[in-house]
Every structure is written in C-alpha cells, then in structure tokens.
Design a protein around this ligand. Structure first.
Ligand code: ADP
Ligand code: ZN
Length: 609
C-alpha cells in the first residue's frame, strides 16, 4: 500500500485536516473543540473572524455518522460555502428560500438517504413543521449554530428566528450542538448561553487579537489622495473595502478611484437591489476589486483575501470599528486597517449626537461610544493594546500598528490650548459671537482676511499670538481639544466652537494639556500587493502568474477565486516551486481533490515561469 492510500484511510480529525483540507496542523483551540463535538458534547465557540470556526463543525460532521446541519442567517453566502466544500470533495447542500420546489426535494432526498456530509439551513425554516418531520427522517451528526450572537436581543443583528433554536435541544437531545460567533462582549456571551440553554456546554473563548492586521490612524488632510497613496503604494491589485459615512461620498470616492485606474464599485442602500447584488458578486468573485461602501455592506462577507479596510470617516464606536476592520485578512496574511480622521469628523459626530432622536440616556451612550473611539485615535500607546483593553483583554505592545512602528511624540500643549480657548471665550463674552475652527485659527495666526476685518477681529487681544504653530498644527490642537472634551461644539448646527465645563481648568492653569504630535510618515514602499510584498523579489513573478491562472479557472467555473486556492497556498507554491505532485501536496491548502483536479496544470505553470 502506498503512503497516499494509508492517508486516505485515516478518518481521524487530523487525517481529514491533511487529506481533505490540505492543512498541516490545527490552529488555536480547533483541536480541542473538534474533540469535544466528535465525542458528542456541546460547545460554545467565541473566536475572532478568520480564526477558523468553520472547520470546528465541518470536521466533526465528516467524522461522525450522519449529516451536520448548519443553521446560518447568511443566505446569500450559502452557495459560496457549499461551493467551497464541494471543491474539496465534501458532499454539501443548502436549503433556503432561494430554491424552487424541485431543488429542495432533491436536497431533502439526499439528506434522508444519508448522502450529505453538511447541510446549510436558513433559520426561518425551523418554524416549519415540515422541517421537524424532515429532521426526524434523517440521521443528524450535529447542529452547528453559526453567527450565534443573532440570538441576542441586545446585539445589533437580532434574528427572531434564532429564538427557535432552543427547540433543537428539546427535540433532539442526543445530537451535539456547537454555537459559534465572532462578536462577543460579555453581555452577548451570557445571553447566548441562556437563550440556547448552553450552560452545561464546554466554552471555548479565544483571544480576539488579529495579529496579521496592521492598525493605522492618520490625520485627514486630502483624504482621497491619501487613500490613493495607500492603495497604489501598498495594495496595488488587492481587494479592499473603503467605508464612507454618506451615500454621496461613497459615489464620489468610487468615481475618483475609477478615474485613477482602480477597479472600484459603489455599494449603499440607495442603489437598486440588483446593482447592489451585482457589485457584491463582483467583489466576491473577481480578484482585486475595491468596494466603496456605507456600513450597510459587509455583514457576513466571507471573502478571506480582503487585504485592506479603509475608513474615510470616523466610525461611531470602537465596536463598529473593530467589526468593520475585522473583515480584512481572514486568511491570516498581512492586511491593513487604515483610518483617516480629522477635525470635521469630531465636529460632525458631536453635532449628530446632539440632534439625534431618543432620550438623554441614549445621547449619553452615543457620546461615550464616540469618546472611546476618539481616545483610540489620539492615543500615544499601542493601538492594539488599547483596542483589546476595550474588549477586556490585556496585551503587550504589538509592533504592528502605527504607534508602535513610528511612535508619536507627546508634547505639552497647555499654552497653545490656553491661547485658543481664550480666543473662544473673548468672542463669546466680549462680543457674544461664536465661530468655527477656521476663523479662530485665522485670528490666532493674525490673518487679515475679509471676514476678520469685517468683524473687527484684528483688535482682539489674541489676534496674531499663535505664530508658533502652522495652520495645520492648529487644526490638530482644535481636534485634540475636542476629543478630550476641553472644547465643545455648539448645538446650533453650524459647527461653532464653545468652551465646556472642563475648559476653565485649562484657562486658569490648574490643568496641563497633553497633546500628540504626528510622527513623520515613512516613505511608501514599492508598488506591490500586500501578499507579494511578503515574498522575496524573485518569487513575485511566479506568484502573479499563479494569480492569473487562478483568475482564469475561477471565471470558467464562476466561483470566487479563493475557492480554487487561497492566497496563502499560491504564496506557498511561489516560494517552494514544487516540481512533483508529491511536493505540491505538501503545501498548505492542497488537499487530495485539488491535487487531482489542478496538480498537473499547476506544475506546468511553475515549470514555465
Ligand atoms: P472564521 O469563520 O472563523 O472567520 P474561517 O473558518 O473562514 O474563519 O477560516 C479562515 C481561513 O483560515 C480560511 O481560509 C480557512 O481555510 C483557514 N484555516 C482555518 N483553519 C486552518 C488551519 N488549521 N490551517 C490552515 N488554514 C486554516
Ligand atoms: Zn502596537
């Protein structure tokens, strides 16, 4: 018997990991979780995006007799999930409302006949009596409850159908359940346990760190040019998501990128559903598409090779920011989370909070969310340390965020702060006037422009006393005072500045003001995609050839490119240049089925390079 045959007989979890998925080793807690479910026990799994949750139920579904039933709210993605499993030779199907009667009957018959390893099911089907009847006639190896946070009424993704899930346990008590989510404040965690009756289950809580994501936040000067520099300099040809606050800025940004030769598509709730769907499909299926979107886009986007997430406007909370940036780098390869943030963001968000619906307590909560986000933007510490601390996790400086890589300087900004605040106070007290940041900075810099002269503001005592800082530096001072609550925005809706209760202590000198000075940004690297940048120069041409080859196959089969092979696998091939099938099979992501389908062809691509 050859060694390949011996491997084929190995039905242990590790054997299946090698043979079917082509991976060398389990990651994190995968092995313990799989062991628990294979043994018939329940499990609750809290793991960050990209942590590898899918294998935690897919492998037990392959080891245990019967079909693994996966409840998932992401109907639009079921086809891709089934395609990805079929591509490695796993027998998978789905049941949801997008199918016609004949298709459903075919799937149900296969399920009852025991011909399926995995069946994806939309939660609304649990309400139907026919579903219970179906479950009674089939052999079920496990229930997997994906996106389990959807059972939480406090969370933002609540699905009433998820409340039905407690029934699984009551009606089929001997079938193990595994609930999985990447959204896990303590509150949500406890609610999942309670509603799904998982008090007795094993709980697996992973660190929420995403070490491959580089967090960067920079001052917003010319946001579109900054974005272009990011894409051209570090992410040429990469897939990415750009988040904007408004539909108008989504349109404008997408147009700008297209004019500059980047494949960018818009996505927001104002677009026709068919256009939205088409753009999403292109983003998922084609290589290197940039999606410019409002936060309406992204929930459940399973694309593993999103190389950057850029925010052109300040997110409203750290939770939102973490969830959105978390869509980058699910495949574990280097990725960037980049945010440009400026004075106008703070003014605009404070204004939105003041004019928002809801009671005082609600506005207070919004305000606290914003303050935490601002503190992250203005920190002198490691961004990751601060992010993880927000989610209750302790960590050490990461060396993979902007504040670690080029530490900003702290400086004592008490005197400039006093100059600025006293200008605001004088206008308010002496003349009963309020102005926005630009005018106040003009006064400090002693600019005799039309408005200053017209208002007679060149006679104010602080006129021209701010020459020690540039206009841009003054904007930074205003932004940081706003962020620290030492300066406020008036509720008049014009973004005029006012002093706050806390300003007095700065003015009378009893409080020092610590500010942040932006470090010089290092010159941008060469124009390479993020993954290519991690390869030695001589391997890059082959990597690009492999990407081209993959794009061709994906188009032929009309499946996303990553279903053929992930970037990590192409990277492995480009690095090792295999010349035999045996060598090729040793590369992570090359399982038996894909070796058989593409092995010869791949060796040709490598040999021709
Ligand atoms: P999640 O659902 O937790 O976001 P996925 O299950 O989609 O994560 O896995 C993320 C990526 O990591 C996928 O491309 C998957 O194939 C890969 N992956 C998961 N487990 C392993 C492993 N043990 N070795 C190598 N790659 C893995
Ligand atoms: Zn850091």
């Amino acid at each position: 018997m050859t060694t390949v045959d011996a491997r084929a007989l190995d039905n242990s979890p590790l054997g299946i990991l090698h043979r079917v998925f082509g991976y060398d080793a389990f990651r994190g807690q995968q092995s313990e979780i799989i062991e628990q479910v294979v043994g018939g026990g329940d499990a609750l799994v809290l793991m960050p995006t990209g942590g590898g949750k899918s294998l935690c139920y897919q492998i037990p579904a392959l080891v245990r007799p019967g079909t693994g039933v996966v409840i998932s709210p992401l109907i639009a993605l079921m086809q891709d999930q089934v395609d990805a499993l079929s591509a490695v030779g796993v027998r998978a199907e789905f049941l949801n409302s997008t199918q016609n009667g004949a298709e459903r009957m075919r799937v149900e018959a296969a399920f009852i006949a025991g011909e399926l390893d995995v069946l994806y099911l939309a939660p609304e089907r649990l309400r139907m009596d026919s579903t219970s009847a179906l479950f009674d006639r089939a052999r079920i190896s496990l229930f997997a409850i994906d996106e389990a946070h959807c059972v939480s009424q406090w969370g933002h993704d609540f699905r009433p159908d998820y409340l039905q899930l407690s029934m699984l346990h009551e009606r089929w008590p001997s079938v193990p359940r595994i609930a999985l989510t990447a959204t896990a404040t303590e509150h949500t965690h406890q609610e999942i346990v309670r509603r799904l009756d998982l008090g007795g289950s094993a709980q697996f809580v992973s660190s929420f760190d995403r070490p491959n994501i580089q967090y960067r936040i920079e001052p917003k000067n010319q946001p579109l040019q900054q974005l272009l520099a990011l894409i051209r300099g570090e992410h040429a040809g990469d897939a990415g998501i750009v988040y904007c606050l408004s539909r108008a800025s989504v349109e404008k940004t997408a147009e700008f990128l297209v004019e500059n030769g980047i494949t960018a598509l818009p996505y927001h709730a104002g677009l026709d559903a068919s256009i939205r769907q088409r753009n999403q499909a292109r983003f998922l299926r084609e290589d290197g598409v940039v999606m410019v979107a409002t936060i309406a886009f992204g929930m459940g986007i399973d694309k593993p090779d999103v190389r950057f997430v850029a925010h052109l406007d300040l997110p409203k909370s750290v939770e939102g920011y973490y969830q959105e940036t978390g869509r980058a780098g699910r495949d574990g390869l280097p990725s960037t989370a980049w945010l440009a943030y400026g004075l106008q963001d703070v003014v605009q968000q404070r204004r939105m909070i003041d004019s928002s619906e809801g009671d005082r307590a609600h506005r207070m909560r919004l305000s606290q969310h914003l303050d935490a986000m601002l503190a992250l933007c203005e920190t002198l510490q490691c961004r990751r340390v601060q992010l993880l601390a927000y989610f209750g996790e302790k960590s050490a400086a990461c060396s993979n965020c902007d504040t670690c890589l080029s530490p900003p300087e702290g400086w004592d900004g008490t005197v400039p702060a006093q100059k600025l605040l006293s200008t605001v106070v004088r206008l308010q007290r002496e003349r009963n006037q309020k102005f926005g940041a630009q005018h106040i900075i003009d006064i400090l810099l002693g600019k005799r422009n039309a408005r200053v002269e017209q208002q007679g503001h060149d006679t104010i005592a602080t006129f021209g006393i701010g020459g020690e800082l540039s206009e841009q530096e003054w904007r930074g001072v205003v932004r940081q005072l706003l962020a620290q609550g030492l300066l406020g925005v008036h509720a008049d809706g014009y973004g005029t500045l006012v002093i706050t209760d806390a300003s007095a202590s700065v003015l009378d000198g009893s409080r020092r003001v610590q500010l942040r000075r932006e470090p010089e940004r290092a010159a941008r690297g060469p124009k390479k995609s993020a993954v290519a940048a991690t390869l030695p120069g001589e391997a890059v041409p082959l990597f690009e050839k492999l990407r081209e080859w993959r794009a061709g196959i994906a188009r032929e089969q009309s499946v996303p490119a990553y279903i053929i092979f992930g970037d990590a696998t192409l990277r492995g091939i480009a690095l090792t240049k295999p010349s035999t099938l045996a060598e090729l099979s040793g590369i992570s992501g090359v399982g038996d089925k894909k070796l058989e389908l593409y092995g010869e062809k791949l060796l040709e691509v490598v040999a021709a390079a």
